[in-house]
Design a protein. Sequence first.
Length: 255
Amino acid sequence: MNILPTFLSSFRGIFPSLQGEGWRGAVGSRVGVRLFLLLLPVLPLSAQEGFVHKRYAVDMTVHADNSFSVREQMDVEFSEPRHGIVRDWPGSVYVKRLVPVSDKESAEKVMCYNVTLDNVQASEESSLEEQEGFYVLKLGSADRTVFGPHTYTISYDYKVGNDRVNTSDVFYYSLLGDDNGDPEDEFRFSVRFDKPLPPQCLDTLHLYVGPLGLVYDKADTNIDTLTATYVSGIVRDIAPGTAVTMFVGLPEGYF
């Protein structure tokens, strides 16, 4: 089993200047498909103060065109007045895949996928911008501050599209990034698949929980439901610097 790094999403707190740091994710592989997403430079969130994450929930649907409809609920508690939070996503993802070069041989190739973020909605005042290759969603008001517990809900469509590899497909997504500077009490996830997973692929589904580069889980993890069309579960007591990523190896033509 190879556990390889990825960079898929980030979550940042808003300081008075609306600045912050990012998240990174992790991805795991238990099948012959190898992938490696090159890390983008980010600063650790551990230096950030002013709020902590209490609970995080992700509910997503995987479509047959390799796009995902995602809904996130973030429960945070502010210990100091803040204008809100920032959630961001890289606009491009670099993936190293095994690509066939002959009938008998394959070679590694770095693939660049330009991700599209559409239909972004939020539970409160928000603005979406593209900054230096990132989609940046600011949640909150420059005219008001927040203190104490607060819940943010967002939804969006995340489109990867054609992976341009004709030997296999993969589903991988960092449900929770690893660059969080404080522990998560509870993380819930549910993933629906519009197109049922082939029976043999259920054995390749892996939920990786842990820092980048390690091959074992380090949190209290429970998958409640695992079927061809639905996976759900909960991860508790997530330590700082811990990512939660789902990976499924799929046959060519699934997407």
